[in-house]
Design a protein around this ligand. Sequence first.
Ligand SMILES: Nc1ncnc2c1ncn2[C@@H]1O[C@H](COP(=O)(O)OP(=O)(O)O)[C@@H](O)[C@H]1O
Ligand SMILES: [Mg+2]
Length: 316
Amino acid sequence: MYTEEELGEVRDTLAGKRKLSTQEIEILRNEFRDNQIPKWMYPFVGLFATNLDLYRKISGDARAQKYSFFGFFPETFDLVYGSEVSPEISFDGGNRGLVGIIKHPTKKVVVKPTQNSREQEVAQIADELGIGPKQYTSISGFLTEQFVEGELFSMLRGDRTSADNIYHLGRRMGEILSKLHSREIYYNDDILTDDLGRSHVIIPETSPAVLFDYGVALRLDQHPDFSDEEVYNFARTLPMVGMFLGREPSQEQVQSLVQEYRPKLQIATKQQIIARDINFINGGLTLATYRLGNHIVEPFLRGFKETYKFPANNKL
Ligand SMILES: Nc1ncnc2c1ncn2[C@@H]1O[C@H](COP(=O)(O)OP(=O)(O)O)[C@@H](O)[C@H]1O
Ligand SMILES: [Mg+2]
């Protein structure tokens, strides 16, 4: 088991709060130059220089081997280290890096590295608005959120795609986007489905649909002052940009995109920026017809138009 103090040290290491001196970096360089360690130990390497005993303790910890750093979060530690029943863990994730899904009979949570510096804030607002996963106490640099159980929009089957159900889903999506937009949040990503059938909308059996993954969302409250990160996130989801960006663009590519798009973003009004979320809805709806059928378009848009309120000038 770990003492409170050790736990604090592990968490500071994961959060990147424990800055290493040049001497400590040298120690790590010497040790790990040709000394292979298993992948699950990577998040803990800093401890080799800052607390060798703790590093060794984790190396020999079978649970750390299974859960890696995902077992050290405020919401997961007791499930992993203090419970008779071990939680199940599975992994997911694309652009943001490894996402851990931890399921225990008492609680199901998702732990994910944040993808932009304001994601925690935006995910928190989405939770408060009742449209995003519940947010729990986490470690800086990571979200810990409710695992929402249900079917993805793109994978709906049977009578869940009936005209009536799709109409109500359209209404719900109009409500979700109205609420986000009224708080000056531009979602900026595929919503209903992408070309591979991935969706950011989960539809539980008995509660309203939820929109998750605020990894490239932009909060427009500082408009027209945008950070480089925000300009880049705005640019990368433009169809003609995204298509030509590889999975891991170089620093030069990122910088030249920022230079090209900063002036374009600065002269765009907030309304013009958030209006692109409606393009994401329309594009995703068209793609979704390949899986769900053409019959979904009319009822979805009828519902969506009934509830979606484009924020007036004075609201943004
Ligand atoms: N709160 C959640 N509830 C249920 N599944 C989730 C949740 N968050 C993420 N997932 C699953 O993990 C995958 C990756 O998470 P996501 O936040 O979309 O990260 P990425 O930026 O890598 O796309 C999602 O496609 C989904 O299948
Ligand atoms: Mg995603």
